[in-house]
Design a protein around this ligand. Structure first.
Ligand code: PGA
Length: 249
């Protein structure tokens, strides 16, 4: 049985004070350790604050990105070691906004994932197709490429990492994939991972769905056999809407 995951990706939102306010509202609403695993990814500058606020609760903190070296002359970057030092346990890698706006490739994503694993952070590796790719019938080809090159040579247990399927056309657009679309992609992803990393890994690794997840579509997505949770952008910014998502998983 794979434990469900609710991960909130705040992107470039919230000040330190707003970060504190969010946890003040969310924490009393939690039902303890028994429910889904909860992860919140604030901006890097709020990682320490968020991890302090989450202390004593079941909430885990994630960075939204990291670099693939731990130190050196890399102006503006933050490293997996520093993320850990700031109290986070997870890191989102290869989000489609990083791929599209910051030109990240499968190659950089693999390097980041390897270093995150070496630093004992749990990478949440994102993959997904654009609308043009989907319409051109390239869904499987794109996912296979992102998995093959993005995870090549990765040596990890299934508990050490997570995958997130985020169709680019569903992110921030209000267009959610249907539960059937999500299931079909997740099933393909698990099958590909099975060939790459074996049965044990494929059966246990959590594959999250992301793209316009809201309180009212969470349950139907979560009911799909291979959807092990959600990666939520916009609807994770409000603690009351995020707790509804958590409770609907
Ligand atoms: P959204 O973002 O929920 O606002 O569509 C999801 C994501 O980009 O992780």
């Amino acid at each position: 049985m794979r434990r469900k995951v609710a991960a909130g990706n705040w992107k470039l939102h919230k000040t330190i004070a707003e970060t504190k306010d969010f946890f003040d509202i969310l924490k009393p609403l939690l039902r303890g350790e028994s429910g889904p695993e909860i992860i919140v990814a604030p901006v890097s500058l709020a990682l320490w604050t968020a991890s302090q606020c989450a202390a004593g609760s079941s909430i885990r903190i994630a960075a939204q990105n990291c670099f693939y070296e731990n130190r050196g002359a890399f102006t503006g970057e933050i490293s997996p070691g520093q993320i850990r030092d700031a109290g986070a346990t997870h890191v989102i890698i290869g989000h489609s906004e990083r791929r599209a706006i910051f030109l990240e490739t499968d190659d950089t994503i693999r390097k980041k994932t390897k270093l995150a694993l070496a630093e004992k952070l749990v990478p949440i590796v994102c993959i997904g197709e654009t609308l043009q790719e989907r319409e051109a019938g390239l869904l499987r080809k794109i996912l296979e490429r992102q998995l093959t090159y993005g995870l090549e040579g990765i040596n990890a247990g299934a508990a050490d990492m997570m995958l997130a399927y985020e169709p680019v056309w569903a992110i921030g657009t209000g267009k959610t994939a249907t539960p059937q679309d999500a299931q079909e992609a997740h099933d393909f992803i698990r099958g590909t991972i099975r060939r790459m990393l074996g049965n044990e890994f494929a059966d246990s690794v959590r594959i999250l769905y992301g793209g316009s997840v809201k309180p009212d579509n969470t349950a139907s997505l979560s009911a799909m056999q291979d959807v092990d949770g959600v990666l939520v952008g916009g609807a994770s910014l409000d603690a009351n809407s995020f707790i509804e998502i958590i409770n609907n998983l």
